[in-house]
Design a binder for this molecule. Structure first.
Ligand SMILES: [Zn+2]
Length: 120
């Protein structure tokens, strides 16, 4: 449990550093909103990340910024029959042929999509 929190905390610090650098480069004074894309297979706990983001953003340009997280469904392609389907774990099983040779094609991403910067 502690490891999980630390994982989200280091992610949150990375995100704050990234968006602060971007806002600074754009000449902004304050970040009002950050939009993030998080795959359901990325292992990120959304609530923990929001909590850690608020803590990590203190005394930075991102202090008080709203963190909007878009969750992306996991999707896998069956290597045996070519079926494409929603998966909720990295060890997905093909619902069509019951095969386990599944290539995860979506759901592991974690990236900043956009941010809104206040220039005043
Ligand atoms: Zn299959």
């Amino acid at each position: 449990m502690q490891l999980q929190v630390m994982h989200e905390m280091s992610l949150a610090i990375n995100i704050v550093e990234l968006v602060s650098a971007k806002a600074q480069a754009a000449g902004g004074q304050r970040i009002t909103s950050v939009e993030l894309e998080a795959g359901k297979l990325s292992g990120v706990m959304v609530e923990a990340l929001v909590f850690c983001f608020e803590a990590a953003a203190r005394n930075t340009l991102a202090e008080g910024a709203f963190l909007e997280i878009r969750e992306i469904e996991g999707r896998g392609n069956c290597l045996a029959c070519g079926h494409s389907f929603i998966v909720d774990s990295l060890l997905g099983q093909c619902p069509q042929c019951d095969g386990y040779a599944v290539e995860i094609v979506q759901g592991r991403e974690l990236k900043v999509l956009s941010l809104i910067v206040d220039e005043e």
